[in-house]
Design a protein. Sequence first.
Length: 122
Amino acid sequence: MKAINPLFLFCALTALDGALSYVFIAHYGFGAVLARTLSAALSYAALATALFYLGRPSSISLFSALAVSFISLAVSLAVSSLIIIRNPAVHWPIAFVAGAIASLAFAAFGYARAAKAMGSGT
């Protein structure tokens, strides 16, 4: 199996999450928080399937990649939901971008930390 950079897949997950959020909000008329929750769940399922079938992540275990991705996606969902709930005048794409930046930073740190832990054997 080919080794995959998990941060690359997480960026793809974020793009899929944004696209699904747009579809749920613009075409189905869901609220922003509900649409983000549904799109995050579907995006995580797609990421887990991609990691399972496309190959194992490079330098970290599959469990570590899925755990870091889940926590990072939860950070994204929490940040964007809190922004929308606290200030309803903010449009959902702005809240989504803020959440995506926070989650990508968290994911980069988490993947690096997991790779360091795998390298040291602890």
